[in-house]
Structure formats: structure tokens, C-alpha cells
Design a protein around this ligand. Sequence first.
Ligand code: NIG
Ligand code: FE
Length: 425
Amino acid sequence: MNTFPDHQPLLLYHAAQLVTPIGRALKHGRDMGRLKIIPDAAVYIEGDIIKDVGSTEELQKKYNSGNMERIDLTGKVILPGFVDSHTHFVFGGYRPEEFIMRLSGAQYLDIMKMGGGIQSTVDATRKTSAETLFNDGLKRLDDMLSMGVTTVEGKSGYGLDRDCELKQLEILKRLNSEHILDIEATYMGAHAVPRDYPGGSGAYIDFMLKDVLPLVREKNLARFSDIFCEEGVFTIQESERYLRSCKDMGFDTKIHADEIIPLGGGELAARIGCVSADHLLAVSGEGIRMLAESDTAATLLPCTAFCLNKPYAPARKLIDAGCAVALASDYNPGSCFTNSIPLIFSLAVIHMGMTIEEALCSLTLNGAGALKKADTIGSIEQGKKADIAVLAYPDYRFLVYHSAKNIVAMVIKNGKVVSNRLFSA
Ligand code: NIG
Ligand code: FE
């Protein structure tokens, strides 16, 4: 199909470096660290598609006539836009009191058992109007974009009943059509068992499978289905039954696995072919081995471990074993109230033993792979979508060296400059 560009072609040139993974599928193990680095680089974009990538000399010769916008990126780095493949960014209310309780030793799961945690955000989200959730969503997306995120996943899971779950998913759909950022939606009714649910977790799973998921499917509201497999939430057996049924209904699946207690969620994800197993702070050796042999992305969420003050997921072991590691924020009002991409880079490299190159792959191509979108986004290559982040410094290693700082100076989304701090003082 022809696409008719609604804006002039764009030539980015004289970038100090262009740094990108290359490929259209998840990268595993040591391959994650093999990036393409082009000095004095240029990119030629038509419409929303990358048409050419190379040295400035080469591309300036090829594209020397015709109308086009030209941007001189001397002293800057060109990277693929970041893909944040795990967030819960549509929610009502905040939970600062829990954060303070945790600082004095209270445990995340104990707060949840006492009726706080996810359930308190469910109460607040049910009470919040769709308009407010939508407007807050817009602001949160703007903030993500300013850090170079060009695609984000967003989960429901703060409604738990049918209508409020659908409300969250409808909001994600509207945000996707009204905000420039691309959003992939995940149904996560299986985030917790609703308080006092008659029949408990088994009956609630039946309810989701029978009364909610068919509607989500019919209205095309989510590509993925996700479950919180954790002690006191959903068991391994329940998670397996649920995710297998979701797959039968046509959903791709994800799992919050081995976040706090090692239940075998990593193993389950590999066994049944989830697109990603997320968290994995407490993944077992067998889980690592099985994930390494699978096409399931091991999605690590360093900011959650940081905010919960737990040991980080064993990123080095996962990569050395051959897993495909993605990094994401887990942005949510409870366990991890931050969407900071710079903090993810710092924690992954300084505390989890990843190299900067691996971290970069994890937040671009492997983030895309964790959303089954590696064929269209996540790298700077001919034919991929023109989603690009430009750094204010001449070397990509400033991503970690300039620790926890947002050094994204410009964002190009769908081939258009949508955020530009390059030329401000
Ligand atoms: O990924 N662990 C379950 N879900 C979220 C936390 C949600 C919340 O605390 O509101 C997570 O950490
Ligand atoms: Fe999460």
C-alpha cells in the first residue's frame, strides 16, 4: 500500500554517532551488545518511514536535491526511540502513605493483604471519571515522550470488574488515537482478586474468561493479556489455566513472574510461550535456563526493585545464559511510581551488570520484541518506522555517564520532530 507523506522528507545529518541494534526480532544473550555505530551519521526519512541510513557524506550525495527539511545534528547522537514495554500508567489516585510504610519495613505483599496496594488504586480508579483518567494519561504520555519513549505498553488492572476494566482499555485506545505516542494495550484484569469475591480466585478467573475477555476481543481493546502470578494473588496452576485460555481466545500473553516469591513463573512463561515474563527478581536457575531456550522476552524492571528496595533481577546471569532481556519502567502508583528512562539506564548498568550496549538494546529492539513489534520499530534501519531519539551529547555512553539525567534533546515520531530542546539554551 502506498503511504502519502503529509510532510516533507527529512534529512538528519552530521550526527556524531548513530547507534542502533540491527534486526527484526528479539536479540538473545551476547548478541544484545552488538550494536551498529556509524560516525558522522545521516538518516533520510520519507513520511513515517526510514528510507536510508549511512554516513553524512554518502547520504548528502544521494539526497542533494528536492524539497526536504534538513537538520544538522553536529555533536549529537541518533538512537532508536525507546520502547517502554511494561507500564500501568492509566490509574486514579496515588499511594504515598504506602511508600512511607515500606520505608519503615512494611512489605509490599503485607500491605496488599491488609486491603491496600493494588486494591486501593482500584477503589480510586473506579471513582475517577474517564475524562480525568484520559487527561492524566495525556500528561503522562507527554512526559514519557520527553524522555525519548516513542512506543509504550499500558495495562488495565485497576478496575477488576467488567466495566471499569473496559473503561481503562477504552481510555488507552483513545489515548492511542489522540496522542502521538503509540500505545499497545494489555488487559490485566488478573492483577488481583477483587476484595471478597464470591468463590475466590478460581471463580474470578472464570468470570474474566467468560464475561470480560470475549468483550475485550470483540471490541479489539487489547492485544495482550497479563496475570500477576504471586503468592497470595494467583497461583502457578491458576496462571497456567488462565493464560492458556487467553491464548486459545487469540491473545498474546504476558506474566508478572517471580517478582517477590519464586513460584516458577519464568518456567511457566517459557513452557506456554508467553511473549514476555516480567520482573524475575526471584527467578530460579531452571527458569533462566528455560527462558534462554525460548522466544519469551525476560523483561526486567529495575525501578521496581529500586523502589521496593529488593535485590535486582539477575540480568547478567540471564544474558550470559542466552536470554533476550528487555528493560521497562513498570510505571505504576504503587510498587514503582517512576517512569524514568534515565534511571532505568543507570540502575541496569551500575547495579545489574549490564553493559550500556545491552541496556540500549533492551530498551529499543528487545522492548519492541516484548511487544511483538520488532519487525517495525526498535532499530534505525531502512523500512522501519521513523521513531528516533536524539541525545544532547556526542557519545551514547553519556546515557549512563550523565547518570539519571534526561539527555534526550529531540524526539522524532512517525517522521516528525515532536519535541525539540536542541536549540534552547
Ligand atoms: O508490576 N506486581 C503487580 N503489579 C504492579 C504493581 C501494581 C501496584 O502496586 O499498583 C507491578 O509491580
Ligand atoms: Fe507491572
